[in-house]
Design a protein around this ligand. Sequence first.
Ligand SMILES: *Cc1c(COP(=O)(O)O)cnc(C)c1O
Length: 393
Amino acid sequence: MTNEWKTRTKLVHDGIRRSQYGEMAEAIFLTQGFAYPSAEAAEQRFIKAGEDEFIYARYGNPTVRMFEDRIAALEGTEAAFACASGMAAVNGALTSMLKAGDHVVSSRALFGSCLYILEDVLTRFGVKVSFVDGADLDQWRKAITPDTKAVFFESMSNPTLELVDIRSVSDIAHAVGAMVIVDNVFATPIFSRAVDQGADVVVYSTTKHIDGQGRALGGVICGREEFIRKTVETYMKHTGGSMSPFTAWMHLNGMATLDLRCRAMADSALTVARALEGDARLSRVVFPGLESHPQHRLAMDQMGSGGTLIAFDIKGGKDAAFRFMNALQIATISNNLGDAKTIATHPATTTHQRLAPEMKDKLGITPGLIRLSVGLEDAGDLIADLKQALDKV
Ligand SMILES: *Cc1c(COP(=O)(O)O)cnc(C)c1O
């Protein structure tokens, strides 16, 4: 547990807690509660729990704490709180700190459930929410006022891979004392430098790259000790969105290979994007790692990588897109991302189905658009698969 450790060392060793048996692998403590040696000890623990003292799994658990310490070390924050899902994390980060009358500014291009929290839930409780085009700094400057309590955005948007300039938006927000909360799923914790760039709170759906094999639903909120252990933990422990020890244990195992996996996926994504760019059957290929991406420079400065997702538009609209998807032999039709298996998604009819047509147009979610989450398969095999499916369009 030292800040000098490099990423791969942190991912293998950080946060480990060993029981009296000295087990080599991280133990899974499948327990909801903890026995106290005496009534006095129980009383004392409810007054103030020590570092290795737990009360109830909704409040904390040794396996979950190992995961929290490891992800906090990786992200470079003082603390983290692990949640039952990515959405529990987004909801927890926002709802725990906001109250009626507060003002929030958010980018418009959001994961559907995030949009629901900002547009429907928070406003129902009297929070005022303004939406901006996340890539347009002038819109952030206009929308953020001295009343703004928090700004929220996805650092890379789903599914059209548009970036928000974390450093610039953070500077604008901090000038009025607003907190910067970043949903960083598409950037991955490996390519993230969000805290150095000004983010106060970084949220992940751990369901994605951190699990990495499409098994468990989870989420995490990373931030300063005071915010995580007071504001977030108090809210989460009483409202029931904590991570299960079994999930934390799977994530701890997954993290040992997180750096290797994200880098291999990102390398393949670049190879695949280059192979697709210029294909006459596509009207556009969107990948921040390509020089043709309008924010290529920002992506390189902000993440040092184009990430692990590609979006491309098949000429011929929905029919062509469906023929393409149905012809795929390796890439699987689904809607997760960050999985070892390459996943093809048709956002217009699935993840973003409920958006109004005007909003789909505004966000670039066209009928021919495919989102590809590049997995760990051989890049050459993937390219061959995509090309043979394009031949069938
Ligand atoms: C998947 C995802 C979420 C929600 O996470 P769950 O684990 O599915 O609850 C939130 N934000 C982004 C950007 C996501 O990709």
